[in-house]
Design a protein around this ligand. Sequence first.
Ligand SMILES: C=CC1=C(C)c2cc3[nH]c(cc4nc(cc5[nH]c(cc1n2)c(C)c5CCC(=O)O)C(CCC(=O)O)=C4C)c(C)c3C=C
Ligand SMILES: [Fe+2]
Ligand SMILES: [Fe+2]
Length: 312
Amino acid sequence: MQENKKALVLLNMGGARNKAELKMFLTNMFNDKNILTIKNPLIRKMIAYFIVTKRLDSAWENYEHIGNSSPINPLTEKLVEKCNEKIEEFKTYQVMRYTPPFAQDVIKQMLDDGINEIVLLPLYPQYSTTTTKSSVEDFIDYLPYTFGKNIRYIETFYKNDKFNECIINEIISNVEEPSEYNLIFSAHGLPQKIVDAGDPYEIQMNEHVKILSEKLKEKNINFKSVNLAYQSKVGPLKWLEPSLEDMLKNFKEQKVIIYPIAFIVDNSETDFELDIEYREIAHEMGINEYKVCRCVNDSDEFVEAIKDIIKN
Ligand SMILES: C=CC1=C(C)c2cc3[nH]c(cc4nc(cc5[nH]c(cc1n2)c(C)c5CCC(=O)O)C(CCC(=O)O)=C4C)c(C)c3C=C
Ligand SMILES: [Fe+2]
Ligand SMILES: [Fe+2]
């Protein structure tokens, strides 16, 4: 009988390692029909070209503040290494959507390694067509049909208790007296029209914040307030609200702690946007104290949560 060789594949967005890769990231992102939902590929390609040309230099300035490279790649590599050490049943790989390693190349490697069963874990706790669906479809498109049906994927994991324990532990490790702080869960935003077309991201985000708020209450950890806001708006369209900037306005002369709830691994949106850009805004607004939590990253506790998330 043939031995079952199982792979765990972590799917994420990718991020720039240099300016050329930022151009690649933006070009691939805006050519993705799940992001720019224009049906005609030629028109999408033209609009993508204009957006990338306009955005590249200003977007690159953000990366210059964080050492000319997104932390998402080295941190995801560390997470893969940890999974390979601690989850014996699977060989773990990573696939990125917009920068290498791409699905096509990793699949070739996996087939060479004799993999005949796959579990896909998109590193997005809440489902969105722009992230989860895009990554899973991209992977499956490159998988030869001869591979058969030995593949399953994790749609969401925001309800997983071990994962939520990781989040709570990170939050409370950052504050001595929670009642002095306003806790803001900051989620990456989404254009309103994608939500109106049926994307469940906002509904799941609200549910996730409710689960975490209840968990905090059960543990008798009482923040001054618990809130949800959206960061990273791009372009002129209406995006999900309230924006993080508007939310911060409520807390002048108070203390805030931010948890980046849509991300698993630190990236330019956490290290630049939250830790540098919004910190400055908060300072200018007269916020007394501004703290940003780390993502779960490659913590031992999150690797244990992964074991639980992927179990059948
Ligand atoms: C224009 C549309 C965008 C949608 C929709 C969107 C959804 C979305 N993105 C993430 C996670 C990340 N996004 C990151 C960077 C980033 N995102 C967009 C645009 C959209 N994202 C752009 C243009 C960029 C590049 C930076 C910039 O120019 O502002 C990153 C960071 C990658 C890195 O370099 O570290 C992450 C992570 C989620 C979770 C999401 C939908 C739910
Ligand atoms: Fe994004
Ligand atoms: Fe941003």
